[in-house]
Design a protein around this ligand. Structure first.
Ligand code: TXA
Ligand code: MG
Length: 337
């Protein structure tokens, strides 16, 4: 159900939750200090309690008042360069100011400033908002308000701030990139580690961070007990998955195993009776932007299996690192990880 700015404010101020548009994916919002509403988010999404939430703020200054001082090195530079935008920063916070339920009892919290006028207008009116992606836990994220309604019901309030929120996909259509301020794992130094690949390219980030960007394989750290644990708890759980079984093709030798194909509009799939076109094979951004809508449309069309064209060459990856994000999301959707 579409709601206006005024109605969204009223709902949030009375401990209800509201779906909000952002430049990445739709979010499911509550005021960050409203325990009743935060509980509703976990319940509605069926989200595990160990998976903390991102706090969406209007500007860098709002983070300063909640963070533990001093801020991590390069924090201000990252914010100045990339906010508003699809970058989430996880930093130590003042535990008296950020409720436990927002951060799943961790000493840190995640922050970002969305690059979306309507979302910022709402934050300006009611204060910082926690917002996980507006989908049932494990399902593909929502890139249209109708996808939010499909998961939570036609009566679920979706804040529409402009014609675009109603009719076009978000600018990026894939979640923000997450950087976590953390130790290097071997105890020698601290730095920013990638918690989740996302719509902001690592090329741009490493230009700002240099040596402070810690490379860690598969976003996983080893704990003192020698268990493998992701830096972002959310990475432990199933993600982006439609009901349909996905088979991923990586090379020309991989046989197209289904007559339904998720593929590129500039390639031909002679054996397929149905092709869902992501975009051209030289436009990673467009392909990512369309991905979740296509994954959802498999289920809408009651399709039980599909073959996904993931034939991305090292040259493609070199040319546009967003292809790495594409592969990451496809593999998680196919639960290859
Ligand atoms: O683009 C986005 O980031 C979207 C839009 C709505 O802003 N939001 C989003 O939220 O993707 P969600 O809840 O689906 O993903 C948040 C991720 C999870 O993987 C969670 O584990 C991680 O952020 N996270 C949140 N707080 C954290 C913390 N204190 N430490 C480590 N990871 C954290
Ligand atoms: Mg999510």
């Amino acid at each position: 159900m579409k709601v206006s700015l005024q109605e969204a404010c009223r709902l949030l101020q009375s401990s209800s939750i509201v779906a909000i548009p952002t430049e990445t994916v739709w979010g499911l919002a509550a005021r960050y200090d409203d325990m009743i509403a935060i509980e509703k988010i976990y319940e509605a999404k069926r989200r595990p309690k160990q998976n903390p939430l991102i706090i969406h703020v209007e500007a860098f200054n709002d983070v300063v008042s909640l963070a533990k001082m001093p801020l991590p090195p390069k924090m201000e530079e990252l914010a100045a360069r990339f906010w508003p935008g699809p970058l989430t920063l996880v930093i130590p916070v003042d535990e008296n100011k950020v409720p436990n339920s927002v951060r799943s009892n961790l000493p840190s919290a995640a922050f970002r400033v969305p690059d979306h006028e309507g979302a910022r207008a709402l934050i300006r009116a009611v204060g910082p908002l926690v917002a996980p992606s507006a989908n049932l836990s494990g399902k593909p994220s929502a890139t249209e308000y109708t996808a939010v309604e499909a998961d939570f019901g036609a009566d679920f309030p979706c804040y529409i701030s402009s014609k675009e929120d109603e009719s076009i996909l978000p600018l990026h259509g894939v979640e923000s990139t997450i950087l976590v301020w953390t130790d290097s794992g071997d105890g020698t130094h601290f730095g920013w580690a990638i918690g989740r690949l996302g719509s902001l390219s690592l090329h741009d980030i490493s230009a700002v961070l240099g040596d402070l960007l810690i490379e860690r394989s598969h976003e996983v750290v080893e704990t003192e007990k020698k268990e493998k644990k992701p830096i972002c708890p959310g990475q432990m759980f199933r993600h982006y998955a439609p009901e349909a079984r996905l088979d991923v093709g990586y090379t020309n030798e991989d046989i197209i195993s289904s007559d339904t194909v998720i593929g590129f509009s500039d390639r031909i799939y002679p054996v397929a009776s149905r092709v869902f076109p992501l975009g051209t094979s030289y436009d990673a951004r467009a392909c990512l932007r369309n991905l979740y809508k296509i994954l959802r449309s498999l289920d809408e069309n009651k399709i039980s299996e599909a073959w996904v064209d993931a034939r991305i060459t090292p040259e493609d990856l070199q040319r546009d690192p967003l292809w790495r994000v594409f592969i990451d999301r496809i593999e998680k959707a196919a639960h290859k990880e």
